[in-house]
Design a protein around this ligand. Structure first.
Ligand code: NAD
Ligand code: MG
Length: 394
């Protein structure tokens, strides 16, 4: 029986993780559940899974949950505030930590899970984008294990050789990250100026949180994933290619020196990578139905259009630049996406805000967590000003 803590349990990945755990009740016990403010859903989850600890970072929401837990007669301990996420990530009773908080807010708890030597199931790609070297180092120095949950990276993990139990890129020529192209793959570019948050969040293949849905629509998601893959698999950005594959059936590919290409396929359902990472190196039921290739019939591929998706080039440039550039890119993106979701910024200006921030950013080498946190803070302020200065009313 493995203890599992889920950071971001009320989100899309968090709920899918609990779905998989509920299908395998003899294998896992839920130790901690955390969320920002969704006290209703967290109470429901506490009632079903009876964790030792629940955390809400929003104090007011935590007060409501406290009452709910008491009324339900649950023994779950409750903590409030962002600092409690770090405690939840390091609890001794947990063997595995699912890092499924969205955005830079996931960095400190994810690092804490690595420092506590856990098996870290990493959905929160932003923590690798911000502080990849520091996170990879924390994993190595503390006997932790990092298993990617992002479907593309989980696919690559599955397609890499595993000599002597160590992931190795021996003989790998390239990694190919597939991308659906999102909801605007074929929308005339002129119409993108006026698209709404609702349209941007209506992903054709995946049901995800709002932030990553917008990132998929701009393809910044694939840019962040390029940086993520570089850290996870110790590959240069030059050796990572992006391939549009609208069906989201081939989740990514590894190309070897001898011309072999290994791919992982499956229905677009996050329960597959989640179950893979929970059971690894074994396999278990995930609730995902068999892939029906006859019904799908066609798998299509095309090169990404960088005029339509300027965020891809911005992310690649930040990956190549290294240092604090990816942290600044990520922060500017979070601010621009939030402004778009709040209807303060048109869709096409998301890339403009990020480009402006990156032009003004003095890139530094990442020597400590403080350097990263300072770059993140600086870029948030800069991007926030740019959003205001553009004086945009949608
Ligand atoms: P979501 O918005 O559905 O859920 C986010 C979770 O994090 C919620 O539980 C929320 O309460 C919590 N949270 C948000 N802000 C927080 C904060 N400031 N402090 C503490 N907790 C906070 O997001 P999601 O779609 O589940 O994505 C989670 C992460 O997984 C993201 O990094 C995303 O890129 C990655 N991911 C998601 C998918 C997917 O299919 N949804 C696929 C691949 C990767
Ligand atoms: Mg992905």
């Amino acid at each position: 029986m493995k203890g599992v803590s889920i950071l971001g349990s009320t989100g899309s990945v968090g709920c899918s993780t609990l779905d998989v755990i509920a299908r395998n009740p003899d294998a896992f016990r839920v130790v901690a559940l955390t969320a920002r403010s969704n006290h209703r859903r967290l109470l429901q989850q506490c009632m079903v899974f009876e964790p030792d600890l629940a955390v809400l970072t929003d104090n007011g929401a935590a007060d409501v949950l406290r009452e709910g837990l008491q009324q339900a007669g649950l023994k779950t301990r409750l903590l409030a505030g962002a600092g409690a996420l770090v405690e939840a990530a390091g609890l001794a009773q947990a063997d595995f930590v699912m890092a499924a908080i969205v955005g830079a807010a996931g960095l400190l708890p994810t690092l804490a899970a690595a420092q506590a030597g856990k098996r870290v199931l990493l959905a929160n790609k932003e923590s690798l984008v911000l502080a990849g070297h520091l996170l990879i180092e924390a994993v190595a120095n503390n006997g932790a294990t990092l298993i990617p949950i992002d479907s593309e990276h989980n696919a690559i993990f599955q397609c890499l050789p595993d000599p002597g139990g160590r992931r190795s890129k021996l003989g790998v020529r390239k990694l190919w990250l597939t991308a659906s192209g999102g909801p605007f793959l074929n929308t005339p570019v002129g119409e993108l100026e006026t698209v709404t948050p609702e349209q941007a969040c209506a992903h054709p293949n995946w049901d995800m949180g709002d932030k990553i849905s917008v990132d998929s629509a701009t393809m910044m998601n694939k840019g962040l994933e390029l940086i993520e893959a570089g850290h996870l698999f110790a590959m240069s950005p030059d050796d990572i290619e992006i391939l549009i594959h609208p069906q989201s059936i081939v989740h990514s590919l590894v190309e070897y020196r001898d011309g072999s290409v290994l791919a992982q396929l499956g229905n677009p359902d996050m329960r597959t990578p989640i179950a893979h990472a929970l059971a690894w190196p074994e396999r278990m039921e995930s609730g995902v139905k068999s892939l029906d290739l006859v019904a799908i019939a066609k798998l299509e591929f095309q090169a990404p259009d960088t005029d339509r998706f300027p965020c891809l080039a911005l992310a690649r440039a930040a990956a190549e630049r290294g240092g604090t550039a990816p942290a600044a890119l990520n922060a500017a993106n979070e601010i621009a996406v939030e402004a778009f979701l709040d209807r303060r910024l048109p869709f096409m200006e998301i890339a403009a805000v990020i480009a402006n921030t990156m032009e003004c950013h003095g890139v530094e080498a990442v020597e400590s967590l403080e350097t990263v946190i300072n770059a993140d803070r600086w870029a948030r302020e800069k991007a926030g000003q740019t959003v205001k200065e553009m004086g945009i009313t949608v």
